[in-house]
Every structure is written in C-alpha cells, then in structure tokens.
Write a protein that binds this ligand. Structure first.
Ligand code: OAD
Length: 245
C-alpha cells in the first residue's frame, strides 16, 4: 500500500492591490473614490434603497471593465503553485482574476461581480447565475425589472458596507488550516477581513506583500516576512522563497 504525502496548505488573503497591475483601481489609494464614486453612493444598502438603477448601472460598468483586463503575474504564480501546494485563496476582491489565472480554490469574502441574487436573499444559495426576466443569461447587464423566478428584483452579489459577511466563518476555518499564509494587496483597514490573520495557527509563517510599508503597521507581531513591492514582483519573490523553504 502507498500513501500520498499531503501537500502543504498555503492560504492567500488577497485584496484590491493584487489586481492593480491588471488595471483595476484599489479602494483607498489616490482620490479615495471607487471609480469616481463615493463608496456610500454605490456600496451600501442605503444606496440601493435610494437609487437601484444607479447602483445596478455602476456594477454593470464594473463587470464590463472586468472583460477588458487580464490576470497579472501575481495571480498566475499563485495558480502555478497548485502543482506543489494546496493553495486556497481567500479574496476580498469581487473580480474573477484569480479564477481566470487558474486558481481552483477561491473563496470570495465580499462577493462576486459576475453573480447576482434576489434582493430579499441575504444568503448565497441562489447566487451564481444571471436570471433576467426569468431566463438564465450569461450577463453582463442587470437592470430594474430583472427578477428571479420568484419575481424578486436581482441585486449585485456583493457584500456592501453595513452588511454581514456570510463567508467569514468558512474563511476563518480556511486560514486555520494554513501552513503558510500570504497577505497581499490589502490595506488591512476593513474588518472582519483584516482580523483573519489572527486565525492562523502558531507555527504558520505569515508573509505580507505590499508596496506601502504602512500596511503592516499594527500587524508587526504576526507578520514574519514583509516584502515591500508591487504584487507582480513581491508574490513571485514570496513563491520563490516558499518553494525552497
Ligand atoms: P484597499 O484599497 O483598501 O487597499 C489596497 C492596498 O493595495 C493598499 O494597501 C495598497 O498599498 C496596495 N497596493 C497598491 N498597489 C499595489 C500593487 N501593485 N501590488 C500590491 N499591492 C498594492 O483595498 P482592500 O484592502 O482590498 O470591501 O479593501 C478591502 C475592502 O474595502 C474591499 O474588499 C472593499 C473595500 O471597501 C467591500 O466592497 C465590502
């Protein structure tokens, strides 16, 4: 009888910065606006109650934008690592660049741009397909009057400010399995996501990649290696070190 050695579990906590070099803006760099909008105008339940059409249009634009960008070397090197490691991505991003790079285990903490759900459905079960006028379509556009089979208006499958984070428990469990943890491209400003680093077991080596040194402030006691670099360089360097460790 033979036994197969378990691949080491590598968990990656990614944020908007990993997609920056693909051409997607981050939330907190620069003008403080998300694609020219104040976050409270497009990413809160109050915004949805006030002007659904505007919110839907905003997310349609984000979806169209996604079609024009490609995964960058940081996304790709994480997908390539699957040959030797059990790589589990926990991303705060609503884009699909990890999946398009080839990563097979991706947990979206804050939802997914390419999914919608009935507005009365706070959970995840009905998510995953665009249902326009009762018909399943591939997207990308969702308007007022596009409803689920129960007749309920569809909304973006995105966690807005002030809403619960349904995938949090699964994310905490994933991080607790990590033999190595990489935190990349996140300002670590948004909770509960930022608190996930504290779910790593003792002995798990934690690395952080970010061009901005201030992102590690407050996390110095848990981060073993800080690589100050953009994701495309820093993640490649981290992966190189991981392979020879
Ligand atoms: P932020 O915009 O808060 O932070 C982006 C981080 O990426 C910053 O720390 C930058 O220094 C870093 N960065 C910039 N360019 C980079 C590059 N080329 N390579 C690597 N890092 C780079 O984005 P998040 O931390 O992801 O939530 O924001 C967390 C959450 O806040 C988002 O998921 C979103 C937002 O509001 C929801 O939508 C619920």
């Amino acid at each position: 009888m033979t036994t197969t050695a378990r691949k080491p579990v590598v968990v990656v906590l990614s944020g908007a910065g990993i997609s920056r070099e693909s051409g997607l803006k981050t939330f907190r760099d620069g003008d403080g606006l998300w694609e020219n909008h104040k976050v409270e105008d497009v990413a809160t339940p109050e915004a949805w109650a006030r002007d659904r059409e505007m919110v839907l249009r905003f997310y349609d634009q984000r979806r169209l934008q996604l079609d024009g960008v490609q995964p960058n070397p940081a996304h790709r090197v994480l997908a390539d690592l699957e040959s030797d490691f059990d790589v589990r991505i926990v991303t705060q991003n609503v884009d699909d660049l990890h999946e398009r790079a080839g990563s097979t285990q991706v947990l979206h903490l804050h939802g997914e741009l390419r999914k919608v759900r009935p507005e009365d459905d706070p959970g995840l079960d009905d998510a995953g397909t665009f249902v326009v006028g009762g018909e399943v379509v591939p997207g990308p556009s969702v308007g007022l009057g596009d409803v689920c089979p129960r007749g309920v208006q569809l909304r973006p499958h995105v966690v807005w400010f002030g809403e619960a984070v349904p995938m949090m428990e699964a994310a905490m469990e994933t991080v607790s399995f990590a033999d190595a943890l990489l935190v990349v491209g996140t300002s670590m400003q948004v909770y509960p996501a930022a608190g996930l680093v504290h779910c790593a077991r003792s002995g798990c080596r934690i690395a952080m990649v970010n061009p901005d040194a201030s992102s590690v402030i407050g996390f110095e006691s848990v981060v073993d290696d800080f690589i100050q670099a953009p994701a495309s360089e820093g993640v490649v360097e981290w992966a190189r070190r991981l392979r020879i460790a």
